[in-house]
Design a protein around this ligand. Structure first.
Ligand code: GLV
Length: 307
């Protein structure tokens, strides 16, 4: 049995596609009324409480999202395979959001909006794409896709990750020792890291101060990557120019949080990339097929790494 704990519309879509393409799999949309012993596959965002005791025969746990940092891996049986969402619909949205953010900053849209509020018609000096260095932290599936989408604009591109990568047309850096060099010439920094013990709070005063004066930051990974006080301090001292946040810690961001009203911060409510079930269903079905054939699963989480 496949137990789908997605919201109603997404469940409906997955049910329709699974029934068509894998009719041999029984599908359930809620926990109530289901024989927990029959559940072998589950799709969920929240990990159900007492999951291990409640579903002793669960074999594959699919996460609805790309990030699995909210799963309590210690409480999950070691034989349980955990899969994060790597689906084209979500990846495409992340590419679009990153492009929107970079162009917004590179073409000074927020400054023109501020001028508009004062009825000021003034052209700001424009910068050539080649004069801007756009850098992505996190070179997983989404990080690489975002760099690919940015390639067409002619910016200088950089990437940083835990382990070394080679990406054509991108200057790649790795490990903590190369982080200062990676940041030193970055004008627009995009965070797409997985959230782990190593990356929590990585965007701190120390690291963000390494960016050149006037740099901007886009966080579309997890709120806990970024130390909020650091952002406010560095914006107020004009070290940072602008910050675009699609994620905050906590979410929703409390109304009294100063970031809401900061004139050089743009906030969106965690909408950069959402799983589109029409395309995610294909990914889930392909993985169920791979599982049946005893093959490695796409997007399988390495518990030691935490992503
Ligand atoms: C959303 O943040 C996700 O992890 O997919």
């Amino acid at each position: 049995m496949f137990l789908c704990l997605a919201d109603g519309n997404r469940s409906e879509v997955l049910r329709r596609i699974l029934e068509e393409r894998m009719p041999e799999i029984t599908f359930a949309e809620r926990e109530s009324g289901v024989d927990p012993h029959a559940v072998r596959f589950m799709l969920t965002w929240e990990q159900p409480v007492h999951l291990a005791d409640l579903y002793p025969n669960l074999e594959v746990l699919f996460c609805i999202g790309a990030g699995v940092d909210h799963f309590a891996f210690d409480s999950l049986p070691s034989r349980l395979r955990v899969v994060r969402m790597v689906e084209p619909g979500l990846t495409e949205q992340m590419q679009h959001y990153a492009v929107m953010g970079v162009l917004t900053l590179a073409r000074d849209l927020p400054a023109y909006q501020a001028q508009q509020r004062e009825c000021i018609w003034r052209q700001l000096p424009s910068r050539t794409p080649a004069s801007l260095c756009v850098s992505v932290m996190g070179l997983g599936h989404i990080g690489r896709a975002v760099l690919e989408a940015l390639r067409q604009f002619g910016y200088r591109l950089r990437g940083w990750s835990r382990t070394p990568h080679v990406i054509e047309g991108v200057d790649c850096y790795s490990g903590p020792e190369e982080l200062p060099r990676f940041l030193a010439e970055t004008n627009i920094l995009i965070c797409l890291l997985p959230l782990t013990d190593e990356t929590r709070g990585l965007l701190s005063v120390e690291t963000l101060s390494t960016l050149p004066r006037g740099a901007s930051v886009i966080n579309m990974a997890r709120g806990a990557h970024l130390v909020q006080e650091a952002v406010v301090t560095l914006l107020d001292s004009n070290h940072l120019d602008r910050v675009i946040l699609d994620v905050t810690d906590p979410e929703p961001l409390p109304p009294q949080n100063p970031l809401w009203k900061h004139e050089r911060v743009i906030i969106t409510p965690h909408i950069a990339g959402n799983t589109i079930m029409e395309s995610a269903a294909g990914y889930i079905i392909a993985n169920l097929d791979r599982y049946r054939k005893g093959l490695l699963l796409d997007g399988e989480v390495d518990r030691h790494k935490g992503y």
